[in-house]
Design a protein around this ligand. Structure first.
Ligand SMILES: [Fe+2]
Length: 498
């Protein structure tokens, strides 16, 4: 026999006899049967017991069958209700359909017919539930996909932000940042062109200092409309988005979509960054404004940091140079020696077509090349007579000490190296490392000539200055032994200007 025990049936009727015969019939077939004499009792039961199907009479006291069907639908719209009535009317039929009744049986009800109806309903319900699960599965998949898409977009966003931050933190000059702002803006918001304008409050002007995109070497003059727009952005301190430009607002008609974002540093407007779409269907949206704002904010703090850093850099250099000045003051003969070495080194470097960065290093290292003498006692450093071997060894430590002092700050790696090797000889017999030929950094080779020339051409504690012609002759003689021949040649060429 089929196990029907999990099939629970509720029969609702005010006629006791009907309840009894249906109960007996279904129980005999193994079903679990509940009975109720009206709608109120039925609802009470449904709330407590899991029912598979409810058969109900229509005309009952307290709550009739249709009201019951309505209540059941509100409580659990998956519970099927079958209505049984002796007098089916069109009106009743329509109401039953409205109330979600799934079947309609005419009294006197044949019990076999009730069972058939039940079986059909259970089967259809199974399919319905299956469909429901399937639909939910599809919806779940769709939700998952949407979630996934959203995640990808978020990850993309986070990556963009990270890149913006990284890009700015790797910039070490303000100008580098201006270029990055426009490059990033152009790329991130997919603009055809991005421009950075610096704002000058005194004369209310905007000067473009960096641009990226279609017109890298400069665009047309700012139109009055664009200038007005910039002033508006600065006044309101808010980005401005011209989604669709029709030329009516004074902005060049060539521009299809336009964005202007202010860049402020410490509450002061520094400038504005613009992005333009010049062709195609693309139009900027709020998200683009959001990205541009992020870029300009990061740029602002990077510029601030660099300004701070440049200040610190200058401060440190001044501090170190003050040490050199004190050092030179100890020995009246060496006064201004470092400054002159820096100047001569710079002149040779220029003649040798050194890059600007190298010239800066020459200037820095020239000024500080002897800073290591700070670590040498006065009685050795200022000794008027000949040095003993030990004393000379002590003096020879100054390039390494100097490099160490400068290197401690961790800022000037190249400068440190140049200082360390300014007493190396071209033939490898110098100090501290005995480097040879082009193994000695070029800028050290330059400083070496400048240093030797100035030392010989000025008075020293232990001797008078040498006559100029003799100094030049000694330098010439040192070609290939103490000095780099190329540097000597260049130096001799410019010597009359020194
Ligand atoms: Fe030196």
């Amino acid at each position: 026999m089929v196990d029907n025990s999990k099939h629970t049936i509720l029969v609702v009727d005010d006629e006791e006899g009907i309840l009894e015969i249906s109960e007996e019939f279904f129980e005999r077939k193994g079903y679990t049967v509940y009975t109720a004499r009206n709608g109120v009792e039925a609802i009470d039961l449904i709330k407590r017991v899991k029912i598979c199907c409810c058969f109900t009479d229509i005309n009952m006291p307290e709550m009739d069958g249709l009201e019951l069907a309505e209540q059941i639908r509100k409580f659990d719209n998956t519970l099927p209700v079958v209505v049984m009535t002796g007098y089916p009317s069109l009106d009743n039929t329509i109401r039953t359909l409205k109330n979600g009744v799934v079947d309609f049986l005419v009294k006197p009800v044949n019990l076999e017919q009730m069972e058939l109806s039940f079986r059909r309903i259970v089967r259809e319900r199974g399919l319905f539930v299956e469909n429901l699960i399937l639909r939910e599965e599809v919806e779940r998949q769709e939700r998952l996909k949407a979630l996934n898409d959203e995640l990808i977009a978020r990850v993309d966003e986070v990556n963009t932000f990270n890149r913006i931050m990284e890009d700015f933190s790797s910039s070490d000059s303000s100008h580098g940042i201006f270029s990055k702002v426009v490059e990033l803006s152009q790329e991130v918001v997919k603009a055809d062109e991005a421009v950075f304008y610096i704002y000058t409050e005194q004369d209310n002007s905007f000067v473009s200092i960096a641009r990226s995109g279609l017109n890298p070497h400069g665009g047309e003059e700012l139109s009055d409309g664009t200038r007005d727009l910039f002033h508006g952005v600065i006044k309101d301190d808010k980005p401005c988005l011209v989604f669709q430009n029709n030329g009516n607002n004074g902005i060049s008609e060539n521009i299809r979509s336009f964005m202007v974002v202010p860049l402020k540093i410490r509450e002061k407007t520094f400038g504005v960054v613009t992005a333009s779409v010049l062709s195609g269907a693309r139009r900027f949206g709020d998200k683009d404004v959001y990205y541009m704002n992020f870029i300009t904010q990061k740029a602002a703090s990077a510029i601030e940091n660099i300004a701070l850093y440049e200040n610190i850099y200058d401060n440190l250099f001044s501090t170190l140079y003050a040490f050199v000045a004190v050092l030179e003051a100890r020995d009246p003969y060496t006064r201004k020696h470092s400054t002159r070495v820096a100047e001569i080194g710079h002149m040779i470097g220029k003649e040798m077509m050194c890059e600007d960065e190298e010239l800066d290093i020459l200037n820095f290292a020239g000024h500080l090349h002897d800073i290591g003498k700070i670590g040498i006692r006065d009685d050795i450093l200022l000794k008027p007579g000949r040095l003993t071997r030990e004393e000379y060894e002590k003096i020879k430590e100054h390039p390494a000490i100097g490099a160490d002092i400068v290197g401690k700050l961790g800022l000037w790696d190249r400068e440190q190296e140049i200082i360390r090797h300014h007493h190396e000889y071209y033939d490898g017999t110098g100090y501290p490392d005995g480097l040879m030929g082009h193994g000695i950094p070029k800028l050290s080779r330059i400083l070496s000539v400048a240093d030797a020339f100035d030392a010989m051409a000025s008075d020293r504690a232990y001797r008078k200055r040498m006559e100029r012609g003799k100094v030049l002759a000694i330098i010439k003689e040192g070609k290939g032994t103490q000095f780099d021949p190329e540097v000597v040649d260049v130096f001799l060429k410019i010597a009359d200007r020194v």
